[in-house]
Design a protein around this ligand. Structure first.
Ligand code: PFF
Length: 482
């Protein structure tokens, strides 16, 4: 494949053959000490907190969490999720940020350096996490593109004619059935991410999150204010705090485990990369805790809002796309100021997706920019274009490619399965094994400046034992081995 979409200047001194495969390969095989000195990093702790929160808070919080809570028994499911967060999500999150911050390197070299040897195994493991984020970005953009398309529909008032589920369903099927519509919004969404990524870390990623995250919280609070005034608010609150564990099906246990991972952006190179943009002297533990708490509160608030709105309209909690593209537009078309709520809601989901997508693309970009001859801007163009192309079959999987399935799964569902069920758990597993066993938990605790006994015990037990064991469990389950 020729890099015809980027101009490569002569002063780069890269040896022939000059093509993308060469550039990617040479970057991934770059010698241990070849990383260029970094100039760009987050300007402050706040930049890290907002950007990492932007990564963590995504479609999984606003779309998936509410319907899994509604489906799997409310409060008992939430309690299960919080337990998994404590046992695997938090230790894996902290391990990854620590790997990045301690080495100040992108995942491949960071994993290798922390392993204490010039081990190719750990370098390749770190590289795998980078590719995982990249693969996620290819289909995440397609789904985010649907949201962007619906945001435009909401702004143009096209959703206000939808008064019942059958007409919402017809509208949804018509849009998804149009390959131009799905591909156009996939391209537009990717183009927006490209624009921010071209700005670099401070002026691109950090700027994007400083701009959008406050807006995100403002919109969420407006919607929460509305939901609180609904007469279903009390019953939803008691549903979300009831602890009836008998209503939880076994499948929910695996869903809660997997969700604790995906929602925190663990296992995809993102946290290691963002951690490496933290200055070495910056405190990372408290910043990470703020991010995890914000991510969890957003999930809970989103679940409260959506459950209250859906139940107040006497509607069923739909699973998957039905909730966001059929149930909610139907309800918004009937309530006072419904069109405004429709615009606000789709903007909220759009912002969540944008800041997450930027973070999923960044690991490969920074890897190429720091470990090869490539300038950052060119790396941004290459990575976003490649992610766009890889996502095109996902954009077509609801229309022209709908008959092509693999084990009854569409292309998009296959990509989702490979990343969320296999690669992400593997990446998270590698991070906790690296920190807890290979680098050594005592070095990690020292690097975290942890002196408090209970906290030391908590991190020691979770990073070394509970996280690896539970992740192995999710992984074996996904492969159908248990
Ligand atoms: N954490 C995001 C969410 O909750 O939707 C998803 C995500 C972010 C995936 C970053 C991949 C990634 F690199």
């Amino acid at each position: 494949m020729n890099c015809c979409f980027v101009s490569i200047s002569n002063d780069q001194k890269a040896p022939p053959p000059y093509n993308c495969a060469f550039i990617l390969n040479s970057a991934l095989e770059a010698p241990f000490d070849s990383q260029k000195t970094k100039k760009d990093a987050f300007s402050s702790r706040l930049g890290f907190i907002l950007s990492t929160a932007g990564s963590a808070i995504g479609l999984a919080n606003i779309w998936k969490f509410p319907y899994i809570v509604g489906k799997f028994g409310g409060g008992a499911f939430i309690a299960l999720y919080l337990i998994f967060l404590a046992l695997i999500g938090i230790p894996a999150f902290i391990s990854e940020v620590l790997i990045g911050k301690s080495t100040q390197k992108t995942p491949a070299l960071a994993f290798q350096e922390l392993s204490g040897t010039k081990s190719l195994f750990w370098k390749k493991t770190g590289t795998l996490t980078i590719w995982t984020g990249f693969l996620v970005s290819s289909f995440y953009s397609v789904i985010a593109g649907w949201i962007l398309g619906y945001s435009f529909q909401a702004v143009m008032g096209r959703l206000s004619d939808i008064h019942d589920i059958p007409s919402a369903h017809t509208h949804y099927i018509t849009l998804m059935g149009d390959p131009l519509w799905t591909t156009f919004f996939h391209a537009l969404f990717m183009g927006m991410c490209l624009w921010f990524l071209l700005g670099g870390i401070k002026k691109g990623i950090e700027f994007c999150n400083k701009l959008f995250m406050p807006l995100f919280f403002l919109i969420l609070f407006i919607i929460a204010g509305y939901a609180l005034r609904l007469d279903t608010a009390d019953s939803v609150l008691s549903f979300m705090t009831s602890l009836d564990f008998t209503s939880i099906p076994p499948q929910a246990v695996i869903i809660a485990l997997g969700h604790a991972f995906f929602t925190l952006s663990v296992g995809q190179g993102t946290l290691v990369t963002y951690g490496s943009y933290l200055k070495p002297k910056e405190k990372m533990l408290s910043s990470s805790v703020y991010v995890i708490v914000a991510d969890t509160l957003v999930s809970l608030l989103a679940a409260f809002c959506i459950l209250s709105i859906v139940f107040s309209a006497n509607m069923e909690m739909e699973f998957g796309p039905g909730l966001i593209f059929e149930t909610l537009p139907t309800i918004f078309s009937k309530i006072t100021f419904g069109s405004a709520f429709s615009v606000l809601f789709f903007s909220l989901v759009f912002i969540a997706a944008l800041t997450s997508q930027v973070s999923a693309l960044e690991p490969l970009i920074s890897h190429l920019a720091q470990n090869s001859q490539l300038q950052r801007k060119k790396a941004v163009w290459i990575v976003t274009s490649a992610s766009f192309l890889l996502g095109v079959p996902s954009a077509l999987s609801m229309n022209v490619l709908s008959t092509y399935t693999f084990f009854n799964l569409s292309y998009l569902e296959v990509m989702n399965f490979i990343t969320t069920s296999i690669l992400i758990p593997l990446g998270g597993f590698a991070a906790v094994i690296l920190v807890g066993w290979r680098w050594g938990i005592f070095k990690a605790l020292k690097a975290l400046h942890l002196h408090q006994r209970t906290l030391r015990a908590y991190f020691m037990i979770t990073i070394k034992f509970t996280a690896p064991i539970l992740i192995a469990f999710v992984f074996l389950h996904a492969l159908g081995l248990i």
